[in-house]
Design a binder for this molecule. Structure first.
Ligand code: FAD
Length: 276
């Protein structure tokens, strides 16, 4: 397989960089081709601004979605953005690796998403009508490809547990896993998370590295998170609300958008539906 690893850490001697190198070696040992986008090393421009749209007049009022869509359709986005889009199209698997900063990704990586996931490429794709609301959440440019996060946190595992004060790690990563990766079509694998990363001693590194090697060895076979496809029958269209009867009664929030392991959704002719 072809793997694109997008790496966001400013320090080449960091724990993250050491784990990145472990992942690359493990992937190459499996015969995969690996391409790394090292955002700090490459001095990635993180902010979206007028300079991203060379065809817009300098006095034009910048409307980012429109400029992004027009630039993408005309092949007129900047070379750095086009190069990342080409890598994404090349890759069968995307890995985003970063330290958790303020409960999210470092700004440089968010800026990579903001600029590279252009309109017409990663969003605003497909028919939007009363019967279909775009190719997204399971459909889109990356359908059939896999994606995965490799994340380190300062907080303990318990801080991110079901009753932990930080909130569950799966909830914190939901906007990335579901909103950024599943949205344009990726099958999203469970994240590889290293907790209490600041306290790791050299002696503790090898055990973590071995767990990461195992995740790299099983990249092609690990079952993805069971996010509900938007256009698979679970949602009413066009309001994109989960159909009545699906999910636990009274439940809300992120977990609703994951199919329970045992649930089988039966689509009945005539638009009625029930979960069994
Ligand atoms: P490093 O500092 O590079 O290393 C961590 C430890 O690993 C060191 O003790 C190092 O000696 C050891 N180590 C062991 N083996 C190796 C090896 N082979 N190579 C290198 N190092 C090794 N945490 C949260 O939980 N939630 C947050 O919201 C959050 N927000 C943050 C916001 C900011 C702005 C910052 C700076 C930190 C934040 N943190 C947060 C903490 C952050 O997630 C951790 O500092 C980070 O994950 C540690 O990863 P690192 O690669 O930077 O570690």
């Amino acid at each position: 397989m072809k793997v694109l690893l997008v790496f966001a850490h400013p320090e080449p001697r960091s724990l993250n960089a050491a784990l990145r190198d472990v992942a690359i070696k493990a992937l190459e040992a499996e015969g995969h081709e690996v391409w790394v986008s090292d955002l700090y090393a490459e001095r990635w421009k993180a902010q979206v601004d007028l300079g991203d749209f060379p065809e817009l007049a300098s006095e034009a009022r910048l409307k980012v979605p429109a400029a992004s869509g027009e630039g993408f359709a005309a092949g007129a986005l900047t070379d750095d953005v086009k190069a990342e889009q080409d890598k994404l199209l090349w890759a069968d698997v995307l890995i985003l690796q970063f330290p958790l900063w303020w409960f999210s990704m470092p700004a440089i990586l968010k800026g990579w998403v903001d600029r590279v996931f252009a309109r017409g490429f990663a969003y605003g794709v497909g028919e939007h009508s009363d019967s279909k609301w775009g190719d997204r959440y399971g459909e889109g440019v990356f359908a059939g490809k896999r994606a995965m996060l490799v994340v380190t946190t300062g907080g303990w595992q318990q801080h991110y547990g079901p009753r932990g004060v930080n909130g569950p790690i799966d909830d914190l990563l939901f906007p990335i896993n579901h909103g950024i990766l599943f949205y344009p079509g990726y099958d999203v694998l469970p994240p590889f998370v290293v907790h209490s990363a600041d306290r790791i001693k050299e002696s503790g590194f090898e055990a973590i590295a071995e767990d990461l090697r195992e995740r790299m060895r099983t990249l092609a076979t690990t079952p993805p998170l069971a996010y509900r496809p938007q256009n698979g029958g679970d949602y009413l269209i066009p309001n994109c609300e989960l159909r009545p009867g699906l999910g636990e009664p009274g439940a809300s929030g992120f977990a609703l958008h994951i199919r329970p392991a045992a649930a089988v959704v039966e689509v009945v002719v005539g638009d009625a539906q029930r979960a069994v």
